[in-house]
Design a binder for this molecule. Structure first.
Ligand code: E4P
Length: 220
């Protein structure tokens, strides 16, 4: 499973990239708006991320009508060859996905909350579908259930649209995504850090170092 970081924060992206486990980055308008430097041009942020991480970088349109989505998508796609244009799961959005595919631009269809929506996105030619598991959980559903359903539907019909598990809130979401066979999970920085953590790792390391110190040797 590919691991993406779900943030527009350059420091977080740089740190996660240094760990050597990062395959890509997803951003959305809310994540961009959360950053301190509000005056910084969105295209400049996307360019900076593309130069840091050599993988798929999702950048989202904010238009909702077909023509306007196409206009913004073409601008975003020109920033870097690794840009994947994020488009909302609406009739206009999926119409744009089809045109963008014909133009050679890859898309990430966002705000997916059902298996039927994911079926439509795949038929339109989406490169990535982003079902939001955390927001479904928040609304009283089982978010991971739709990941299982989408996996089954895509496998049934050999759709090559990648399933990206979005709105990840905890390490359990990541494990379940990998067990189901999702292609990608996009993970907030805090959850990425949690993935490394286990109390037995910390306790075991302390024990090894304490025992070694008694030897009074160095590895030279
Ligand atoms: C990423 O592509 C999504 O926009 C993001 O995971 C949504 O996460 P949230 O539900 O925590 O805002």
């Amino acid at each position: 499973m590919e691991i993406f970081i779900d943030t527009a924060n350059i420091d977080e992206i740089r740190q996660a990239n240094d760990w050597g486990i990062l395959d890509g980055v997803t951003t959305n308008p809310s994540l961009v708006a959360k950053e301190k430097d509000k005056g910084k041009d969105f295209k400049a942020i996307v360019k900076e991320i593309c130069e840091l991480v050599h993988g798929d970088i999702s950048a989202e349109v904010v238009a909702t009508r077909y023509e306007a989505i196409m206009h913004e998508a073409r601008i975003l796609a020109k920033i870097h060859k690794n840009v994947v244009v994020k488009v909302p799961l609406t009739p206009d959005g999926l119409k744009a996905v089809k045109t963008l595919k014909a133009e050679g631009t890859r898309t990430n269809v966002t705000l997916c909350f059902s298996a039927n929506q994911a079926l439509l996105a795949a038929k339109a030619g989406a490169y990535i579908i982003s079902p939001f598991v955390g927001r479904l959980d928040d609304a009283g559903h089982d978010g991971m259930e739709i990941i299982e359903e989408i996996r089954e539907i895509y496998d049934n019909y050999k759709f090559d649209t990648k399933i990206l598990v979005a709105s990840v809130r905890n390490p359990l979401h990541v494990k379940q995504a990998a067990l189901i066979g999702a292609d990608i999970a996009t993970i907030p920085f805090k959850v990425l850090e949690q993935l490394y953590k286990h109390p037995l790792t910390d306790a075991g390391l302390k024990q090894f170092l304490d025992d070694w110190a008694k030897l009074g040797q160095q590895i030279k």
